[in-house]
Ligand binder design. Sequence first.
Ligand code: 5GP
Ligand code: MN
Length: 325
Amino acid sequence: MSDTIAFDFAPALSLITRADRIAIASHVDPDPDAIGSLLGLGVALEERGKQVAFLSDGPVQPNMHFLPRAEAITDTLPPGFTPELFIALDSSDPKRLGSVAQPLLADDDIPTLVIDHHATNLMFGEVNVVIVEAAATAEQIVYLLDALDHPISKLVADCLMAGFLGDTVGFSVSSTTPLTMRLAARLMEAGAEVHTLTDRLFNSRQLNEVQLWGMGLLNTTLDDGVLWSVIPYDQREAHDLVGVSRTRLSNMLLTVAAAKVTVSFSETADGNVDISMRARPGYDVGSLALELGGGGHKLAAGCTIPGPLEQAVERVVTTLKAIAS
Ligand code: 5GP
Ligand code: MN
């Protein structure tokens, strides 16, 4: 039984070994895998004597502020920091990294190393470590640190475990493999506190997130195996719920037994529609997300499409009914 996966990490290792100053970014509206893999890799690289800029476009949800080095995360490159390498995490396309990453991606002198586990990845790096079988980007960070021969400290283990827990929803979804569990056991042995992390990540939320769930759960329709929830911008604004993440609302919709696929539509300030989809095993929402300019996995995917809201709902629900049939 091996604790790793067949993949050639040599090109990635050579980029990392050569660079002293490394900027790392994860995706917008960051979830625990985005933040956990950002911090886990960044802290490990700091342990190796590198200077690291921890980048994330937009705010980190308060339930992740306790993670080691979370205070170092910024949405602008620190003044005077001149990266020799840019690492893009958990993002299947360049725009998913947000505005902080765009100048780094555009700079021909800075190579991009992509580390991601989405099947929809566009391979936009000079080197791409894309392992679709990995349950989380954090799982790929373990492979990478093993390839670097870097021992995993408690700080790194806590960050990476947050990524494992987030993307596997507490080791409960079908992407969780025996290898995922063996790697997770190693993180526990390195000191990761699963019970504390679980409590912080899953059982600690701001009141406004629960209020957003209320709004989203009230505005639902179930038809032909598709359950959809619609949140107009003016309702979000009226209840001071702009900017509140709806990722966990999406997970909750799929607990409705009659739903085969679910989708939450959230209108944005500029009239676009932010879409978050989930599917039961055997159905695929990743391909539709990719077609619509977004990405994700078969069972969890998203995108943003132009409004108006009613038309976006009509268009996507029609396609999802075909997928669910
Ligand atoms: P969520 O619905 O929780 O926001 O995202 C579900 C999955 O789809 C995650 O893996 C997330 O990274 C991916 N995803 C969500 N929205 C987008 C998007 O607009 N573009 C891309 N490329 N991936 C997305
Ligand atoms: Mn992920």
